[in-house]
Design a protein around this ligand. Sequence first.
Ligand SMILES: *[C@@H]1O[C@H](CO)[C@@H](O)[C@H](O)[C@H]1NC(C)=O
Length: 136
Amino acid sequence: MKTFKFNFYFLFLLTILVSGSCSLARRIQVHVINMLSSGFPMTLHCQSHDNDLGQSIVDDGEQVNWNFRVNFWGTTLFYCDVKWDSNNSYHFIAYDADRDHRRCRSECWWMISKEGLLYGYNQESEYWELVPFTNA
Ligand SMILES: *[C@@H]1O[C@H](CO)[C@@H](O)[C@H](O)[C@H]1NC(C)=O
């Protein structure tokens, strides 16, 4: 009985360690590209629950990127505020482990198009998809 119990806890601990290091190994890179083709920069501010990336000025045709590891619980979420003139200020989820574990296996690409629309690249379908902005 004692041996059984020991083995049970040993396996339990081993499982936690293995699954923990697997999720820790998942590194994701996010890119946000200014494709407004307006000749003007856009202002981007992205953050997660515990990581504020600060505000960036992204020139026309340029991109901002960052990378992170998905947390052990798979609850990692980054959201961004983007603005390019006084009438255009939006919000979107740049990475949500729940939504994006297949869409963005290793990278999450976003672009703000000439029409001011948000497109996200889906690594699973290999298509750029139109994703609606959410209200800030
Ligand atoms: C914002 O919208 C107003 C009203 O439609 C317009 O007069 C103004 O030119 C717009 N500003 C920009 C920067 O597009």
